[in-house]
Design a protein around this ligand. Structure first.
Ligand code: AMP
Length: 300
């Protein structure tokens, strides 16, 4: 069943102890769509400016399952741009700059033939843009959102309104703390969603809901070489939602299985800068890594 995503389609400049990458294709929506497209077709809703390089559009379009009918080009605007630097252990990063560009304008339009989308992912962007997309899918099966420090700081009321309406939220440890000031995923459930997935980096992820908590380990560290962690969170969400959409069910057991697919997809992303690793990935490699993960982690 059809999967739709909105979020940022941006130009990233990355610095890590392993090297640097200047003005490469990035953004929450790009990573999510690239990862999900390996498992299920995915519809993209986003906007870029006149400075968006043609090769970035071709790279995104080169992922076979990605539909770009909802990618709006605004010649007089600037593309979202972000710069980040990883500290020595690669677990911590600092944001060097964020240029919002098109994010400060009207939300992108949803093409009429995307209306039958049943699975909605609201990748990182302004919560008002996330809400705008959500409101256009009243008959959805499942809606899940992501968020990050910037939006928790500058758009908390809009974010709280969004959390009251989504089924699930995916966020990392620090964001969960920042959002609720409690080290407890259950505090987020009190804000509205029926489940929360908290990503804990090298310690895996947890799924919390009103009936309980499930944990999933990270991919074995010796098996995936970390070159650039950018987009790990978005590709985790992409794998998770793609599994849920292709299964056609939004129940918690399916979400939990989806976390394993998310973990496997993220393990590829971090092996190269930008979308490079996802661009040269095939079904055989994904299945092989999933088998390896199931054996190592004893997850099914
Ligand atoms: P992740 O490493 O999963 O947190 O995602 C990194 C991606 O998110 C990069 O490609 C950035 O372009 C994008 N990004 C960074 N800051 C923001 C923001 N405030 N809103 C939306 N996307 C962002």
């Amino acid at each position: 069943m059809a999967l739709i995503v909105t979020g940022t389609i941006g130009i990233d400049t990355l610095h890590a102890p392993t090297g640097s990458a200047e003005r490469v294709l990035g953004g929450s929506c790009s990573y999510f769509a690239a990862a999900a497209s390996h498992l299920v077709p995915v519809r993209v809703v986003g906007a870029v400016g006149g400075d968006f390089p043609a090769e970035h559009a071709s790279l995104l379009g080169s992922f076979k399952g990605v539909c770009l009918k909802g990618l709006e080009r605004r010649p007089a605007s600037r593309t979202f741009a972000w710069g980040g630097r990883y500290l020595d252990d690669m677990n911590r990063r600092e944001t060097l700059f964020t240029e919002l560009g098109v994010l400060e304008e009207a939300p992108p339009k949803v093409p009429a033939d995307y209306r039958d989308s049943r699975f909605v992912f609201l990748g990182n962007t302004h919560p008002s843009v996330q809400m705008d997309l959500l409101n256009q899918f009243p008959d959805r099966e499942l809606a899940v959102c992501d968020t990050m420090d910037l939006w928790i700081n500058v758009a908390r009321p809009e974010l709280l309104a969004l959390l009251a309406k989504v089924d699930g939220v995916v966020l990392n440890d620090q964001e969960a703390m920042q959002l609720t000031e409690a080290r407890n995923a259950r505090a987020i459930l009190d804000l509205g969603p029926r489940f929360v997935v908290v990503k804990k980096g090298e310690h895996g992820a947890i799924l919390a809901h009103r009936e309980g908590v499930a944990t999933i380990p990270a991919f074995p560290a010796d098996a995936a070489q970390v070159v650039d962690p950018t987009g790990a969170g978005d590709t985790f969400a992409g794998g998770l939602m793609a599994h849920v959409a292709r299964t056609g069910r939004g129940d918690l057991a399916t979400v939990q299985q989806g976390m394993a697919w998310g973990t496997v997809m993220a393990s590829f992303t971090i092996e190269a800068f930008g979308l490079d690793r996802l661009a040269r990935l095939d079904a055989r490699q994904i299945d092989e890594r999933m088998r390896r993960f199931q054996t190592a982690a004893k997850v099914g």
